[in-house]
Design a protein around this ligand. Structure first.
Ligand code: C6P
Length: 414
């Protein structure tokens, strides 16, 4: 049910029409209507995406790029159509710059393994930031260990932004790996600006776009990113899908990270040569149904005005921030000026896990804990937070339910 505030905040944005497309939103949890505020962990899926994935299995299930038979041709065409859709969505120059992976984690592991081999020598440096998800920390730690390189970190300010006065670039910096949007704080980082600085120094740039893809217009050419990673499942697509965009010239130089079928041109028992892009980086049978679903999710998003979706989520963020801050003892972690719809908070005397459990009893799904950003938790001196993350289908009424739930929970638990 839309409220007056919904209508006012999002002129021309029909949240009820959008909600009707998400079957799961009709589910009850503990007998209460589901309020889903865990979109940063994984978003819900519109019916079109669910249908596209099951239609593949029901009508054209076959392996891709392998058979001359009709089903294989249809499956290949559907998968490659999804690649073109993803290309257009991020404004990559070529479809073969889009590599399908199982998600952001796999994309960054590919980048770190391959770039490490290509670029890192003893004493070289990789720069990340202090707000990275573990997926954009651990692969670089592993790469640094393998090549005796050093990991350097951009510090985070009290508001949850990069401290751009303390970017530790040096003559030994080879790689910059940074998130576009923080999953814990919601901060939208000035990636374009930092990429430009890195480029002047000949540093290769890798962007973790896991939390940007569902909310922002991404233009990899405008950003100037060498590599850009995102997951399908956080942007209304299926789990087990992701993309690594790479600039053609760099991808050509990067060695493959996994060996197997489809990534080769020739194999003899002595030596192998590699397939052309993007297949060099896509060993084995891909998640074909998922990739087709990912293409449909992107097309679904393209049918809407992403700017209107972002404005809707921004309205939810502003309203929720104001209402939550009225709760005694509640502190928001992450107060950057530029944010997506993510609110992390702590309440004096209340453990985030207990609050999350109480909210669940009321049908409200939030995430609690460190959100795979332990160094960031250390930076803010907390063990974890309660995090609400919004999507295009959430409403002001749901924010009211969250605020009422948190108010009640805080009273009970203190
Ligand atoms: N963050 C969250 O609740 P995968 O799991 O590979 O799809 O995405 C990993 C990942 C990488 N970078 C960022 C910024 C992320 O937010 C995530 C996933 C989820 O915040 C699950 S931990």
């Amino acid at each position: 049910m839309s409220t007056k505030t919904d209508t006012v905040a999002k002129k021309g944005y029909d949240v009820e029409e959008i909600r009707a497309q998400f079957p799961i939103l009709k589910e009850l949890v503990h007998g209460k209507p589901l309020v889903y505020f865990d979109n940063a962990a994984t978003s819900q899926k519109p019916r079109r995406v669910i249908k596209a994935e099951s239609a593949y299995y029901a009508t054209i299930n076959a392996n891709v790029h392998r058979g001359v038979h009709t089903l294989s041709t249809k499956a290949t065409e559907a998968q490659e159509a999804a690649r073109e859709t993803a290309r257009a969505q991020i404004n990559a120059k070529h479809a073969h710059e889009v590599i399908f992976t199982s998600g952001t984690t796999a994309s960054i592991n590919l980048a770190a393994t391959s770039l490490g081999q290509l670029l890192l020598k003893k004493g070289d440096e990789v720069v990340i930031s202090g707000m990275e998800h573990h997926s954009n920390i651990v692969p670089w730690q592993l790469a640094c260990e393998r090549h005796s390189a050093v990991l350097k970190v951009i510090p985070i300010t009290d508001s949850g932004e990069w401290d751009l006065k303390q970017v530790p670039f040096s003559e030994r910096t080879r790689i910059l790996a940074i998130s576009h949007v923080s999953n814990t704080l919601g901060t939208i980082n000035p990636v374009k600006k930092l990429i430009a600085q890195a480029k002047k120094k000949g540093i290769v740039t890798v962007v973790d776009g896991a939390q940007a893809a569902p909310h922002l217009r991404i233009d990899v050419q405008d950003l100037g990113a060498d590599l850009y990673a995102f997951s399908g499942h956080k942007a209304y697509g299926p789990t087990g899908t992701g993309v690594l965009y790479g600039r053609e010239e760099l991808l050509e130089r990067m060695p493959p990270w996994q060996g197997g079928g489809e990534m080769i041109e020739t194999v003899t028992l002595g030596k192998s040569t590699w397939a052309k892009l993007p297949f060099k980086f896509e060993a084995g049978t891909p998640h074909i149904a998922g990739i087709i679903g990912l293409g449909e999710a992107i097309r679904w998003m393209q049918d809407y005005d992403l700017g209107a979706m972002a404005a809707h989520e921004r309205a939810l963020l502003e309203y929720a921030t104001k209402e939550l801050l009225a709760i005694e003892g509640l502190r928001i972690i992450g107060t950057a000026k530029e944010k997506v719809g993510v609110i992390s908070f702590v309440i004096d005397g209340v453990h985030h896990y207990d609050l999350g459990t109480l909210l669940d009893q009321q049908g409200i799904a939030v995430r609690t804990g460190h959100h795979c950003t332990q160094p960031l938790m250390d930076r803010f001196g907390v063990s974890g937070t309660t995090r609400a993350s919004f999507a295009c289908f959430n409403t002001i009424d749901e924010v009211d339910a969250l605020v009422a739930g948190v108010t009640k929970g805080a009273k009970m638990l203190r």
